[in-house]
Write a protein that binds this ligand. Structure first.
Ligand SMILES: [Zn+2]
Length: 200
């Protein structure tokens, strides 16, 4: 499996292109800059199958509409984060210069996503948001805003839960030490062994 990180948007979100030998590709967290993401997909000769969202925050999903129009693929999101996703462009309008628009509908996340022969496990990791998930294809773990090289995700939102996040972090910490963590911002990938004592 190949993984390429693209940094997109004002908050420099890590969007990931994940693909297999047949060039079947998943787009994870397309936070912004749909044209740039599309160009990369075309240059790498990838065949997008779906968009996966680690959670519903606007800086992880603003390019969904354009990518859906370009490739006509489903958008998978944990239903518990739909309230964030549906308001994403409104939030973006509030925090930045983006204009509000209606987000395309999402499909509820199954427990596993197929990418050709490969299976990507969906692990529920609530805390930062109620519907936060990680995508796991050992040794790769794409974690969104649950954990970073130098700390854990924010839980100061009204819908966040620090105790849920603690449980989710414990679950991640129980994975093999050679697990490669791909966070939604900043450095990537990071060995789990180098963040064995996450700072809260
Ligand atoms: Zn977030």
């Amino acid at each position: 499996m190949e993984i390429k990180r693209l940094r997109v948007g004002e908050l420099q979100t890590n969007c990931y292109l994940v693909w297999n030998k047949s060039q079947d590709c998943l787009i994870i967290d397309p936070g912004d800059e749909a044209d740039f993401i599309t160009e990369e997909i075309i240059n790498l000769k990838l065949k997008p199958q779906a968009i996966l969202l680690t959670h519903g925050h606007y800086d992880h999903c603003l390019a969904c509409l354009e990518l859906k129009l370009n490739f006509n693929i489903p958008i998978y999101l944990d239903e518990k984060d739909n309230f964030l996703y549906q308001n994403a462009s409104k939030s973006a309008e509030h925090w930045s210069a983006t204009k509000a628009f209606k987000q395309p509908l999402t499909t509820p996340l199954p427990k596993e996503i197929k990418l050709g022969e490969e299976l990507i496990k969906v692990i529920s990791t609530p805390g930062h948001t109620p519907g936060s998930v990680c995508f796991y294809a050992a040794p790769h773990l794409i974690v969104g805003d649950t954990i970073f090289e130098d700390g854990v995700g924010r839980t100061d939102f009204s819908y966040s839960s620090a105790s849920d996040l603690q449980k989710s972090i414990n679950l991640i910490m129980s994975l093999p030490e050679d697990t490669l963590i791909y966070p939604g911002h900043e450095n990537t990938p990071v060995y789990l062994s180098s963040i064995l004592h996450p700072k809260f």
